[in-house]
Design a protein around this ligand. Structure first.
Ligand code: SAH
Ligand code: SF4
Ligand code: F3S
Length: 469
């Protein structure tokens, strides 16, 4: 099925979502085999990799960080922009080389790229050494696919979505302090540039009781922070028969007693006053909101099918800032969308100046095959788009640094999550409003929320010291 047909299918598919409760107690039949997993893309993919790792662990595989010693290499891919494609195919070149030395090595490609028909065709034609290909809706079939191997290139990609598979905690989570919790799958928004509704399918919310069961279990196991995950978390529940919305879910999750709750990503279109009230009311819901604006031009927002104007965004932004104490707001912005003129871009710079975002992910538009925007007339030169990105980043970095400087001298509650990546004599963690802080503290501080005095502000992180009482 090609992508435009998938779009029709996703829109037409009125089938009820089936909730499947699966037992994943597998026999450990692959004792001591090693797997290496590389993940591209968003938190959804990071969490899917935790699920894949959980399945492999249950089958007896052992995880390795050493690519060259693995028996199974899994590439969990992302399709959001062309440059990710290039990275994945670049890495596959290294895998091919390794397979020449070790013919028993198995190579699997999964994730959002596997949902693209063009990619599957390319793999069939040019990459015979990829053994397994499975889509975002087929993760649960991995054990069967491994059992069927070897023999042929095994491709298992459903374009039909519709189910929510529930299973008891077989995730192999990367952290024992913070955890991702899916609250929904897919997306119904169909922003014209975006491939996600095709690769992840229509929106399917998990049932509230299943989410709460998972959170309660994480609380029992001592987790300190959870992040509720979805492409559009504040549309949670719109597809459920039982009328429950994101604000009521947040309230219930807050009452589980988990010390910290975060959520990504929120769409401005679905952000209600009720949500703002709930976030402001409960101390364990963190004052941090990622609120992608994408563009400051109403003409471009309309072409993107974002369904809000820059005025709507600014009203919402200011409401959040006024009602939630110490909140910090970050965003995503695309430059060079088809038809974006210099004037449109200047409006994007204006909104970045007006909002003084605490941070932003900025991108140059990348045409994704099958999306409506890929067929729109795009006459702007690449050099012009790159120049816009640089000009935008200057403004974004200025305010990101400014928002860090504002924290100097304050005392912040920091959840220490790990040893610092850049300096292993330090640990690091996040403030309530999601600022990364590096500090000297004993390793035993990992997993604790401690008072930290902010002593230094860099562009993308803070330095701190344990607050002396
Ligand atoms: N669900 C989220 C984010 C989805 S992907 C949301 O709606 O905000 C993350 C970001 O990638 C998007 O916010 C957008 O800024 C960017 N993005 C998505 N498709 C893109 C494309 N075709 N070209 C460039 N950037 C894109
Ligand atoms: Fe893509 Fe838009 Fe859905 Fe976000 S809301 S995943 S940008 S279609
Ligand atoms: Fe990429 Fe798929 Fe996430 S396209 S951004 S990994 S949902």
């Amino acid at each position: 099925m090609n992508l435009p047909n998938m779009l029709d299918a996703a829109k037409r598919n009125k089938d009820k979502v089936e909730y499947i409760y699966e037992n994943r107690d597998y026999n450990k039949i692959y004792d001591n085999k090693k797997y290496f997993i590389r993940t591209y893309g968003c938190q959804m993919n990071v969490h899917d990799s935790e699920e894949i790792s959980g399945i492999l662990d249950n089958l007896g595989y052992i995880k390795t960080d050493i690519f060259a010693e693995s028996d199974l290499i899994i590439l969990n891919t992302c399709a959001i922009r062309e440059n990710v494609h290039d990275k994945v195919f670049g890495f596959l070149g290294r895998c091919k080389h390794l397979k020449k030395k070790n013919p028993d090595l198995q190579i699997a490609l999964c994730g959002c790229m596997a949902q693209e028909e063009v990619v599957v065709q390319e793999i069939k034609a040019k990459y015979p050494y990829i053994d397994l290909v499975f889509g975002t809706h087929n993760i649960n079939e991995l054990p069967k696919m491994l059992a069927e191997y070897p023999g042929h290139q095994n491709i298992n990609v459903y374009s039909k979505e519709g189910n929510v598979i529930e299973f008891d905690n077989v995730y192999k989570r990367d952290s024992n302090v913070t955890a991702w919790v899916n609250i929904m799958y897919g997306c119904d928004k169909f922003c014209t540039y975006c491939i996600v509704p095709y690769t992840r399918g229509k929106q399917r919310s998990r049932k509230q009781e299943d989410i709460l069961k998972e959170v309660n279990d994480l609380v029992k196991r001592g987790y300190k922070e959870i992040t509720l995950l979805g492409q559009n978390v504040n549309a949670y529940g719109k597809d459920l028969e039982e009328k429950v919305g994101f604000s009521s879910l947040l309230e219930k999750v807050s009452k589980t007693g988990i010390p910290r709750i975060r959520f990504v990503t929120s769409h401005p279109w679905d952000f209600t006053d009720e949500m703002i009230e709930v976030i402001a009311k409960y101390d364990n819901i963190m004052p941090y909101i990622h609120l992608p604006v994408q563009s400051g031009s109403n003409k471009i927002l309309k072409l993107m099918n974002r369904n809000y104007s820059k005025e709507d965004y600014l009203i919402l932004f200011n409401k959040i800032k006024n009602k939630i104490k110490n909140v910090s707001i970050t965003t995503d912005i695309i430059v060079g969308f088809p038809g974006e003129t210099e004037e449109d871009f200047l409006e994007t710079l204006e909104i970045a100046e007006a909002c003084k975002f605490a941070g932003a992910f900025t991108f140059v538009f990348s045409a994704r095959s099958g999306t409506p925007a890929s067929k729109m007339k795009d006459e702007t030169l690449k050099s012009e788009k790159d120049d816009r990105l640089q000009r935008l980043n200057k403004v974004i970095n200025k305010y990101s640094k400014e928002s860090n400087l504002e924290m100097l001298g304050t005392t912040q509650k920091v959840l220490i999550t790990r040893i610092s990546e850049k300096d292993d004599s330090k640990v690091c963690g996040y403030t309530e409003n999601m600022k990364l802080v590096n500090l000297i503290a004993p390793i035993s501080a990992i997993g604790k929320i401690i008072d930290v005095q902010i002593t230094g502000a860099k562009s993308f992180s803070l330095d701190g010291e344990i607050k002396k009482c």
